[in-house]
Design a protein around this ligand. Structure first.
Ligand SMILES: *Cc1c(COP(=O)(O)O)cnc(C)c1O
Length: 237
């Protein structure tokens, strides 16, 4: 069943769009089933749960973190993940940067955009995203340019964080025109950041689309879709 769902979804995804299997609240046996079906990217939203699952599964999995991350939980998350998709405050960005400096790592992150009409969602406004990326660009401008396009590590605003793109959610609604509008706004913002920083070749990831709305996200430039329920069924605990 899990294998069939993964195969159906990956068949529907265009080349270059990654399937992120959202495995939060599901027991490791189900993740193993997905792994055996070929799935290699999994996302979790709670630090303890992530840290408990990682050692029980093969080490060629790429783990992403997609939940609200408190700065006192970084050590449960950052050693294990290849991408933090849910950076939702400058405070968190700075803490991740410090952790990266202390541990000799550059952490790939997405900035979480708040665009949906729901009052509860986390994330930055489009204006904040433009301001943060502009500040990062000024930091980078002080550096000698590496001509291979690799990220110089020293003097950027956040020398141990690499901004890989944006993550966002549409309003939770059945109304497709509202979902279209939300994804369009996130895509426009993504394009605006790229246009402002044409040398950021690493800023190339747009994570939009969940179980209810991923086919719509594909029409708005998604490079990753984050799918839980459509793969694993309802969450178990
Ligand atoms: C839980 C979650 C998902 C997956 O939701 P489904 O509706 O089960 O596909 C995607 N993104 C984030 C940020 C989540 O927290």
């Amino acid at each position: 069943m899990i294998a069939e769902r993964i195969s159906e979804i990956t068949t529907a995804l265009p080349q270059g769009v990654a399937l992120v299997a959202v495995s939060k609240f599901h027991p490791v046996g189900r993740l193993r089933e997905a792994y055996e079906a070929g799935q290699r990217i999994f996302a979790e939203s709670r630090p303890q749960e992530l840290a408990a699952k990682v050692p029980q599964l093969p080490d060629d999995i790429s783990w992403h973190f997609i939940g609200h991350l408190q700065t006192n939980k970084l050590k449960l998350v950052l050693p294990y993940v290849s991408l933090v998709q849910s950076v939702d405050s400058v405070h968190l960005l700075e803490a991740i940067d410090r952790w990266g400096a202390q541990n000799g790592r550059v952490i790939d992150v997405l900035l979480e955009v708040h665009i949906a009409s729901d009052a509860t969602k986390q994330g930055f406004s489009p204006e904040e995203i433009m301001a943060i990326t502009a500040a990062e660009g000024r930091g980078r401008g002080r550096e000698a340019t590496a001509n291979d396009g690799s990220r110089p590590q020293t003097e950027a605003e956040y020398g141990h964080v690499r901004l890989r793109g944006l993550m966002g959610m549409a309003t939770l609604t059945e109304d497709e025109t509202v979902i279209e509008r939300d994804f369009q706004r996130i895509q426009d913002l993504f394009e605006a950041v790229k246009a402002a920083h044409p040398d950021w070749r690493w800023f190339d990831q747009l994570s939009i689309g969940m179980s209810g709305d991923w086919p719509i996200a594909l029409r708005h430039g998604a490079t990753m879709v984050r799918i839980g329920t459509d793969i694993f069924g309802p969450r178990e605990y």
